[in-house]
Design a binder for this molecule. Structure first.
Ligand SMILES: NC(=O)c1ccc[n+]([C@@H]2O[C@H](COP(=O)([O-])OP(=O)(O)OC[C@H]3O[C@@H](n4cnc5c(N)ncnc54)[C@H](O)[C@@H]3O)[C@@H](O)[C@H]2O)c1
Ligand SMILES: O=C(O)[C@H](O)COP(=O)(O)O
Length: 529
């Protein structure tokens, strides 16, 4: 029985571990407490799938050692510590578990907000640790009537806003990537002007960490804030420049900050910890029993499915999200891959370019289609190492140009794809469609209108259009004991003919040579689909 190795690199809920343990196809290794260098050097090379969290960086070192890896499941949301392009290059699919910890992070954000407004941890410690009862020291501020600036109105930001609205706060949201109605439908203010956020009483950030958002709030932004502003970060360390945050907390410009995440974690020696106007937590946004149960079980399920090649839920680097494509597209993708494979066999030399054109509704999906065609075309030379994740990278590395074009409607077919493969020795162009009964059909090869199925062993015989050719070709094949299952013929206006012959047996070199030595022959190609 085939066994797949799933390595768990960080702690996940026991229920998830049990799922892995009880699957008979899974060889499961719990490596959360293994030193990271040892993990990567000795265990990662054996893994088909790895489950990670923010404590395991999937960086160049990790990827270099992930020689057997098919997929990585990030048991949580943030993938800022996963080198996604690096994984794509090696054909590793990256998945996350996007919404399972949303509520946990939302509620921790509210906890920090309330703590900052009432200095709660400090009054708590004053009484509990120092045993001082000094109520006049701990005047807080109310949330009601204050302006809350929410940066990033996704799963977490939008829910923080709803909870803050229940505290009767005025919400201003900044998120250029959503439709404003997502905010205005909730009777909140949507702004495209970042300064509106900087003018708020409390600012909370909920964006991913990427090149655009790192240091999004720096000295210049702090300078524009209200004196006595409160800032919260339960998203990712570094979204507020930490040095600027420290300076502005120290000066009192920022009255209080609630911080769950740090640029470098673990952060036990961070300067922010020396200040007495911050509430801090050690990256606890996802740490509730409910959320960890949900994440652990979903991550385990996804890892098992990915290991077995069944599904890749929430894959971030596949060319297409299968759950979002209409059913009619899938057979075209499959057929595109087959045609890429066929053309690369018809024209066995260095591939220079691949051009994919789509007519009809399929034209909206030509980009995804071109990836599938590239997988088919390159698999002839690259075998197992080519897949949908790395095809575009490998093509680029090999200097293969991939082009896709969306054309209008086809004059004849509801949907039509045309794939042109250019190699150092010539060009092959095939057009194909899917008939209503879901049958894949080639409808043209190199300018010949010919209807052919895409299957099995195919001999393409091109000749000058003179009498007797069909008989001669049939005789050669019969002499070699090769049975013909289908014979299609087309002619062009240059007195040439093309026969596509589907045969039941493998055609060897000797037979192909004999065919090409027939007098009217202009070329013979053979492909196995
Ligand atoms: N502290 C924790 O333990 C914890 C837990 C869960 C999530 N997170 C982090 O919280 C953040 C938000 O997670 P989510 O689940 O809400 O993600 P999400 O993808 O649902 O929402 C992110 C939102 O940010 C917006 N955005 C992106 N770039 C932006 C920009 N430049 N300016 C303004 N808005 C921008 C996006 O349009 C999106 O609406 C992520 O960084 C995630 O890693 C932290
Ligand atoms: O992005 C996330 O999902 C959170 O930051 C949680 O990270 P963690 O899984 O390392 O706790």
């Amino acid at each position: 029985m085939k066994k797949y190795t799933v390595v768990v690199c960080d702690h996940i809920h026991e229920a998830g571990l049990k799922m892995l343990e009880s699957d008979e196809n899974i060889n499961f290794i719990m490596a959360a407490d293994v030193d990271k260098k040892e993990l990567i050097e000795t265990i990662i090379p054996t893994a088909d799938v790895a489950i990670t969290r923010s404590s395991t960086d999937v960086d160049e070192f990790f990827i270099k050692n992930a020689t057997n890896m098919k997929a990585i499941v990030r048991a949580g949301v943030g993938v800022d510590n996963v080198d996604i392009p690096g994984c794509s290059k090696e054909g590793i699919i990256v998945m996350n578990v996007p919404t399972a910890n949303t509520i946990a992070a939302v509620e921790l954000t509210m906890a920090h907000m309330l703590s900052c407004m009432r200095m709660f941890p400090y009054s708590h410690n004053h009484l509990k640790i120092d045993r001082v009862w000094k109520r006049e020291k701990w005047y807080g501020h109310e949330m009601k009537g204050k302006k809350l600036g929410v940066i990033g109105f996704g799963n977490i930001g939008s829910r923080v806003a709803k909870r803050a609205a229940a505290f009767e706060m005025d919400i201003v949201a900044y998120d250029p990537y959503i439709h404003p109605s997502k905010v205005t439908d909730l009777d909140m203010t949507y702004t495209k002007n970042f300064e509106d956020i900087l003018a708020c009483d409390i600012i909370t950030i909920h964006t991913p960490k990427n090149q655009e958002t790192i240091g999004m709030i720096d000295e210049a932004e702090f300078a524009k804030m209200k004196d006595g502003v409160v800032v919260i970060n339960c998203a990712r360390g570094g979204l507020y420049n930490e040095e600027a945050l420290f300076n502005n907390l120290k000066s009192g410009k920022v009255r209080f900050a609630g911080i769950d995440v740090f640029n470098k974690e673990p952060a036990t020696d961070h300067p922010l910890l020396d200040l007495d106007n911050v509430t801090v937590s050690p990256h606890l946004g996802a740490n509730t029993f409910e959320s960890q149960y949900n994440i652990g079980t979903q991550a385990a399920k996804n890892a098992i499915e990915a290991a077995k090649g069944i599904a890749y839920p929430n894959a971030m680097n596949l060319p297409i999200d299968e759950s979002k494509i209409p059913a009619f597209v899938k057979p075209f993708l499959e057929m595109g891959q087959k045609i890429g494979f066929l053309e690369s066999q018809m024209n066995k030399s260095q591939i220079i370019s691949i051009k994919v054109s789509g007519y009809g509704e399929i034209s909206e999906y030509v980009d995804s289609l071109s990836t599938f065609v590239a997988v088919g075309a390159m698999s002839q030379n690259s075998g197992d190492t080519i897949n949908y994740v790395n095809a575009d990278f490998v093509a680029k590395e090999k200097g293969i140009e991939i082009e896709s074009e969306s054309c209008g409607d086809s004059k004849v077919f509801k949907n039509l794809i045309t794939i042109k493969l250019t190699t150092s020795e010539g060009t092959t162009t095939i057009s194909a469609t899917i008939f209503d009964d879901n049958v894949q059909r080639i409808v043209a090869i190199d300018g010949f209108d010919i209807e052919v199925a895409l299957r099995g062993d195919m001999v393409m015989f091109k000749n000058t259009d003179v009498p007797g050719v069909i008989g001669s070709v049939g005789t050669v094949l019969a002499n070699h004991n090769i049975n013909i299952s289908d014979f299609s013929l087309a002619r062009n206006d240059q007195s040439q003919a093309l026969a596509v012959i589907l045969v039941d047996d493998i055609v060897n070199e000797e037979t192909l040579l004999e065919l090409s030595s027939l007098k009217p022959c202009l070329g013979v190609n053979y492909a196995r689909i």
